[in-house]
Design a protein around this ligand. Structure first.
Ligand code: ARG
Length: 459
């Protein structure tokens, strides 16, 4: 049998299926850069406390670069016994610089603090990339909203026509969720960016290695202050999975709206060909697959969060192999979130809006609240005006009229004597929208203020 890193106390071989079952290299090799970088800084720290001499350190650093180049060029040869990225890199380093020297790199270190470090470095990198994509998506929402400010559409509650709003207000609403996601992401990154390295297997470092020096040189913001926690804390994985779940939840919600808006029955929007697909049977079909996938992926990522929480639950203190189950859900989540944000950016920036169809979907009964507000302005209590306006809707329906704007002043006066000729001013969608000037409302000034806020939160 090949020499195992931990083989000293073993005499029997490993069941071949156990070998496969235990191995994480197939998926953790994507962290090779983080692993080599961790070793580079860790060995500098060993040098600082006199555990490596100048020659040994420079040989190790030279070797680490060679190993990195092999991975980067796809030339790294994996060997049986390479259980994970840590064992694979150390094995190869030994072949390149000699085991007399490479045998010293792991002094005082354990794969427990090593893997926790690699994961944090890797997640930090990936979240930084995702952050940039998210910022781009928010900008697309904001710039569309600025450009298409004059388009009105029905706003819905319970998917029933409710009140007229600006299309920009809808866009701004979804940008608001995403801006919160951005703020939340920065908080998650802060907690990801803490250093476990130098915690050893669990109990701490026996050679007084300078953990602050290690943390600084790896770009960590701080050191995890308890070695038992340092090796076992996967809250940063849970938080990342939760963050991803919530982002996809947000993408799924506007995707659902847009799927509905893209039906022939609504016809509010059209997806670009780039984000639609056809049917293998029905030649006329153009399906919003991009949006359906955005909606569906939400379930996938939430499942990863729930699954990993279950793996983590009731694990005993410090490192247990259950923790290796953090990687596949996490990596899949990062890829899914990244791709989903990019697809969403493409979809939102290329869809076309049919302003006339949106406008045509506005109906006069959507101004029933405004009719009630009309009487409020004349001093009538809202509870009463709500009832009166309801009567106007009922009367116009009973008379088979197309809307409450078709009732004559006389008919209005019959419903309530406080109606005047100026009631006709109510029946204007722009007026209705422009009344909602209070913060967060759908008036142009209020939407512009929202967009300005969102834009100023991006950096
Ligand atoms: N591949 C392992 C993981 O991902 C590395 C840590 C192994 N540590 C150990 N004590 N067996 O969790």
């Amino acid at each position: 049998a090949e020499l195992k890193l931990w083989g000293g106390r073993f005499t029997g071989g490993t069941d071949p299926l156990m070998e496969l079952y235990n191995a994480s290299l197939p998926y953790d090799k994507k962290m090779y850069v983080a692993d080599l970088e961790g070793t580079r800084v860790y060995t500098s720290a060993l040098h600082k406390v006199g555990l490596l001499n100048d020659h040994e350190l420079s040989e190790i650093h030279r070797g680490l670069k060679l190993v990195e180049a092999e991975w980067a060029e796809g030339k790294f040869v994996e060997k049986p016994g390479d259980e994970d990225i840590h064992t694979a890199n150390e094995r190869r380093l030994g072949e390149l610089i000699g085991r007399d020297i490479s045998g010293k790199v792991h002094t005082g270190r354990s794969r427990n603090d090593q893997v926790a470090t690699d994961m944090r470095l890797y997640v930090r990198e990936e979240l930084a990339k995702i952050r940039a994509i998210l910022v781009g998506l928010i900008k697309v929402f904001v710039s569309r909203a600025e450009k298409e400010m004059d388009i009105l559409m029905p706003g819905y509650t319970h998917l029933q026509r409710a009140q007229p709003i600006r299309w920009s207000h809808w866009l701004s609403s979804h940008a608001t969720y995403l801006a919160n996601d951005l703020e939340r992401l920065d908080q998650v990154i802060k907690r990801v960016n803490r250093s476990p390295l130098g915690a050893g297997a669990l109990a701490g470092h026996p050679y007084g290695v300078d953990r602050e020096y290690i943390a600084d040189n790896l770009g960590f913001e701080s050191v995890i202050g308890n070695s038992l926690t340092a090796v076992a804390d996967r809250d940063f994985v849970v938080e990342t999975l939760f963050w991803g779940s919530l982002v996809l939840n947000h993408l799924s919600k506007f995707s659902e709206d847009l799927i509905i808006y893209s039906t022939a029955e609504f016809g509010f929007i059209k997806l670009a060909d780039a984000y639609s697909t056809g049917s293998s049977l029905m030649p006329q079909k153009k399906n919003p697959d991009s949006l359906e996938l955005l909606r569906g992926k939400s379930g996938r990522v939430f499942g990863q969060l729930a699954g990993f929480m279950m793996s983590l639950k009731a694990t005993p203190s410090t490192y247990n192999k259950d923790l290796q189950e953090d990687k596949e859900p996490l990596f899949d989540c990062l890829t899914t979130v990244s791709h989903s944000l990019s697809i969403a950016t493409g979809v939102i920036s290329t869809l076309s809006v049919d302003a006339a169809k949106m406008r045509a979907a506005l109906t006069m009964d959507m101004l029933a609240t405004d009719l009630a507000d009309y009487l409020v302005r004349k001093g009538v209590p809202f509870r009463e005006t709500h009832h009166i306006s309801g009567e106007a809707v009922a009367t116009s329906e009973k008379l088979g009229l197309s809307g409450i704007d078709q009732l004559t002043l006389e008919q209005y006066k019959q419903i309530d004597a406080r109606f005047d000729a100026d009631v006709v001013n109510v029946f204007n969608f722009e007026t209705s929208v422009e009344r909602r000037t209070a913060t967060g409302g759908t008036a142009k000034s209020a939407v512009l203020a929202q967009l300005k806020n969102i834009a100023s939160s991006l950096n």
